[in-house]
Design a binder for this molecule. Structure first.
Ligand SMILES: *Cc1c(COP(=O)(O)O)cnc(C)c1O
Length: 394
C-alpha cells in the first residue's frame, strides 16, 4: 500500500489529503453510510466505549468519511484538527457550548451573519452568557469592550455585505491580553484565500454549505483549531448530536478537491466585475476590498491571497431602484445564498439584514440602494450583461 501520510503542497493536499484507501482498492473516496460499528470481542467493545482504544463506535462522533473530510480540511487550514458539524450555525453553537459557561462574556463583531446574531441574542444570552457588539474594523472598540469576564472574540472577515476587513493580528493581540479566544468565521475566504490561525486566531469556523460545497447541494460546517480545543468541541457533538452526516461529508470531501481552482476563478470574476461596476455611470459606489480605494484593501492584501467573490454596489433611488435592478435581471439567481457556481443577487436591507431596525441598518452602513452580488463561475460577459439589463432600468 502507498504511503498516504506524506504531506504535499496545499493544492495536492486538497485532492489527496486525509484519505486512507479501504481494502477494496477504490480510487474515489468511499462513503460509509453506517450509524454504528461492530467489535471483535466484548473486551474490545468495552475499550472502545471508554476511549482506551481509538476506533469507530457510533457515527454521532466517529465516521470514516466524516473523519477524512475533517483531516483534509485541517491540512488546508494548517491546523492540528478539524471537527465537522451539521451546518455552519452548528459549528458556532458547538464552539460556544463547548468552551463557555454561564457568566462569560463574548465580544462579537456587529457585522456577522444574521443567524449568528440571532443565536447570540435569543439563545446564548438565555444561558447567562453576555454578548457585546462592536464595529469589525475598530480595534479600540474591541479593546474597550473587554471586561473581567470576557472569554471570546468572534468575527467574520471579510464582512457581509460591505467587504470590511478585520485586522486579525491586531485582534489576536487584544484577545490574548484579555485571556480570550479569537474565533474567526472563514466562510467567505475558505483556507484557500485566508488562514486565520496564521494571524493568531485560535479557532476557525466554517459553513461548508457555501464555497466548500460550491454547488449548493448540502448543509454542513466545521470547527478548526488545536487538538486540545477540538477535543472539547467533539465532546459537545458526541453528547449533543449536531454532527455532519457522512453523505454530506462525502460531498464536501469532493468539493475540497476543486476548491482552490474555484476560489481563484470566483475571485477573478469578482475583481473584474467590481472594476466594471466602479466605472459604470449608474452605480454610485462599489464595496469590494479588491478595489484600491476600499479602506480594507491593504489589510486584505496582507491577510488574503485573493479578494473573494462578494461584491456589493449602490444605485441612486433607494429601495425602489435597487428592486427594479434586481427584478430586471434574468440569469442571476435571486437568493441570499452564496458560494455557488451560480451568481446570486440580493437586496440586503430587506432580506439578509431585514431584521435590523432602520437605526441598526444605518449604523451597519447598509443603505436601501445597496445590492449584493455573490459572483459565480459563469462567463463574466454574461454576468455583466445580466446586471446591465437591470441597470438600464434606471
Ligand atoms: C451561511 C453562513 C453561515 C451559516 O452556515 P449554515 O451552513 O447555513 O448554517 C455562517 N457564517 C457565514 C458567513 C455564512 O455565510
Amino acid at each position: 500500500m502507498k504511503n498516504t501520510d506524506k504531506s504535499y503542497q496545499q493544492d495536492t493536499n486538497a485532492i489527496r489529503g486525509g484519505y486512507q484507501m479501504t481494502h477494496e482498492n477504490e480510487h474515489s473516496e468511499a462513503l460509509f453510510l453506517t450509524s454504528s460499528y461492530v467489535f471483535d470481542s466484548a473486551e474490545m467493545a468495552a475499550q472502545s466505549f471508554s476511549d482506551e482504544i481509538q476506533g469507530n463506535v457510533y457515527s454521532r462522533y466517529t465516521n470514516p468519511t466524516v473523519r477524512s473530510f475533517e483531516q483534509r480540511l485541517a491540512m488546508l487550514e494548517e491546523a492540528e484538527r478539524a471537527v465537522a458539524t451539521s451546518s455552519g450555525m452548528a459549528a458556532t453553537l458547538a464552539v460556544i457550548m463547548a468552551l463557555l459557561e454561564s457568566g462569560d462574556h463574548i465580544v462579537c463583531s456587529r457585522d456577522v451573519f444574521g443567524s449568528t446574531r440571532v443565536m447570540m441574542d435569543k439563545y446564548i444570552t438565555k444561558f447567562g452568557v453576555e454578548v457585546s457588539y462592536v464595529p469589525l474594523v475598530n480595534l479600540s472598540a474591541w479593546q474597550n469592550a473587554v471586561k473581567a469576564n470576557t472569554k471570546m472574540f468572534f468575527c467574520e472577515t471579510p464582512s457581509n455585505p460591505l467587504s470590511e476587513i478585520a485586522d486579525l493580528e491586531g485582534l489576536s493581540q487584544i484577545a490574548k491580553k484579555a485571556n480570550s479566544l479569537l474565533v474567526v468565521d472563514n466562510c467567505f475566504c475558505t483556507p484557500v484565500l485566508q488562514q486565520p490561525l496564521k494571524w493568531g486566531a485560535d479557532i476557525v469556523v466554517h459553513s461548508a454549505t457555501k464555497y466548500i460545497d460550491g454547488q449548493g447541494r448540502a448543509l454542513g460546517g466545521a470547527v478548526v483549531g488545536s487538538a486540545e480545543l477540538m477535543d472539547q468541541v467533539l465532546g459537545f457533538l458526541r453528547a449533543a448530536g449536531p454532527t455532519m452526516s457522512p453523505f454530506n461529508a462525502w460531498i464536501f470531501l469532493k468539493g475540497l478537491e476543486t476548491l482552490s481552482l474555484r476560489m481563484k476563478a470566483h475571485s477573478a470574476n469578482a475583481s473584474a466585475l467590481a472594476l466594471w461596476l466602479s466605472q459604470h455611470p449608474k452605480v454610485s459606489k462599489v464595496f469590494f476590498a479588491g478595489l484600491p480605494d476600499h479602506p480594507g484593501h491593504s489589510l486584505a492584501k496582507k491577510q488574503q491571497s485573493d479578494f473573494g467573490a462578494v461584491v456589493s454596489f449602490v444605485v441612486d433611488g433607494g429601495r425602489d431602484a435597487a428592486w427594479r435592478v434586481i427584478d430586471a435581471t434574468q440569469m442571476l439567481s435571486l437568493t441570499a445564498n452564496l458560494g455557488d457556481a451560480k451568481t446570486t443577487i440580493v437586496h440586503p436591507a430587506t432580506t439578509t439584514h431585514g431584521r435590523l431596525s432602520p437605526e441598526a441598518l444605518q449604523e451597519a452602513g447598509i443603505q436601501q440602494g445597496l445590492i449584493r452580488i455573490a459572483v459565480g463561475l459563469e462567463d463574466l460577459e454574461d454576468i455583466k450583461n445580466d446586471i446591465e439589463l437591470g441597470l438600464s432600468q434606471l
